[in-house]
Design a protein around this ligand. Structure first.
Ligand code: C5P
Length: 408
């Protein structure tokens, strides 16, 4: 059991997603963790302390000025006597309190008093998440070293509205808890510890109908290797992968998607982040209206015309986003005019540097195990020798760590 005897202080704040916290408690306990619940007044409007106490098999802390709790534990001890503080759901209100150092109830006081790693799973209405005040608070919290899991895109529990704001699923939260505790287990602080990274990898599949799609030859090998190399340097990595045949890399949170539009949603959902490395070979076009049923071939009829629509450019969106990561890296797979094209992309897409590679069939790079790249930045071009994709990934992760350090 990966979380055996780990003490997780779980703060539940007042949002409808609090119902998922009940399942979260079970998932954490299944893995051997001890869960010490703290509930805000708002949380108790959505789920009862009785239910939370029954699932966690222990006392539920609710009150800053409880005589019993203060004598027995005290909020300072509560804040420290754990391996990790997890806030799920984290409401906009609690995030605002955290970002401003308020401490007017037990949950916010514990969050101010703790010296343990803090992981939050935001959950709120999409308009509340995208409000400049919340985004500002999220950035402040990320700067303070608070880790995030989610929010995700999708339907809100209250129905009717969709967008970014849904709480991450309990198992994703558990994976983030495990990753954070594992990262903390190493004695030496790693060069990217405390940093968040988003990596895209693989191709996208753009459906023509339920059985056919447009794709490309990307294997995901380079992107997956980069995600693993960043994680090895201590980064908290979200890998957004298109459909690939290779395994998920270790120590990385993986979001599997098919289409470019889903990939963009997943990347935006993983913000805020310090680093973005967009390696995926995103299809430039999708089929404008993919058919709901399999398109039938009829004797004597001409082949159906395929009307294409342009896909969103994920790198460009992230390179110009209000919550743009400090370091944005793009790739340029070209078969001609490699350097000129890479320089154009650097500017157009708002990247800090572009990793350019020649994907002419003769090079065998697309789908192969080796890569020969040029790093194109504003300060010039550096050509790397022919290396394995893993070596390229490790060098790139080192370069990213150095650049990020220089930006401080
Ligand atoms: O314009 P081109 O596709 O050659 O640019 C390549 C770079 O842009 C890669 O980093 C790729 O991941 C990214 N890209 C993207 N979204 C697209 C197209 C490309 O993120 N729709």
């Amino acid at each position: 059991m990966t979380l055996r005897d780990r003490r997780i202080l779980l703060i539940i704040s007042g949002g409808i997603a609090a119902y998922k916290s009940l399942d979260l408690i079970r998932r954490l306990r299944e893995r051997g963790a001890r869960v010490i619940p703290v509930m805000t007044a708002g949380a108790q409007q959505f789920v009862t302390p009785l239910a939370v106490g029954a699932l966690s098999s222990g006392h539920v802390f609710t009150d800053l000025f409880s005589r019993e709790d203060e004598q027995d534990v005290g909020h300072i001890r509560l804040a420290r006597d754990c391996d990790l503080v997890l806030v799920a759901p984290a409401t906009a209100d609690l995030m605002a309190k955290m970002a401003n150092g308020l401490a007017d109830d037990l949950a916010s006081t514990v969050l101010l008093a703790t010296d343990r790693p803090v992981l939050i799973a935001p959950a709120m209405n999409p308009k509340m998440w995208s409000h400049p005040a919340t985004l500002r608070n999220a950035e402040t919290l990320a700067g303070d070293g608070i880790r995030f899991v989610g929010p995700k895109a999708g339907e809100m529990a209250e129905g009717g509205e969709a967008g970014l704001g849904r709480m991450a699923e309990p198992l994703e939260i558990v994976a983030a808890v495990e990753a954070l505790l594992d990262a903390g287990a190493g004695a030496q602080p790693l060069p990217l510890s405390g940093k968040r990274a988003i990596v895209t990898s693989g191709p996208t599949h753009e459906p023509i109908d339920p059985v056919r799609y447009i794709a490309n030859r990307s294997s995901g090998k380079q992107g997956h290797a980069i995600a693993a190399a960043l994680a090895k340097l201590g980064a908290d990595v979200t890998l957004v992968s298109g459909p690939v045949e290779i395994a998920d890399p270790p120590g990385v949170r993986v979001v599997h998607v098919e289409r470019a539009e889903e990939m963009l949603d997943a990347v935006v959902a993983a913000l805020p982040s310090d680093i973005a490395v967009m390696v995926a070979a995103v299809a430039d076009w999708r089929v404008a209206t993919s058919a709901g049923e399999k398109i039938k071939k009829k004797p004597g009829e001409a082949p159906p015309p395929l009307q294409l629509a342009e896909n969103p450019d994920i790198l460009k969106t992230i390179g110009h986003h209000a919550a743009r990561p400090k370091l944005v890296v793009g790739f340029a797979a070209e078969t001609q005019d490699l350097e000129a094209n890479a320089r154009g992309k650097l500017k157009r897409k708002g990247a800090d540097f572009i990793v350019a590679n020649d994907v002419s069939p003769a090079t065998g790079i697309m789908g192969g195990d080796r890569n020969s790249v040029k790093i194109v930045g504003n300060d010039g071009i550096e050509a790397w020798p022919d290396l394995s994709k893993q070596e390229v990934a490790e060098r790139l992760a080192d370069l990213i760590a150095k650049r990020l350090e220089a930006l401080r």
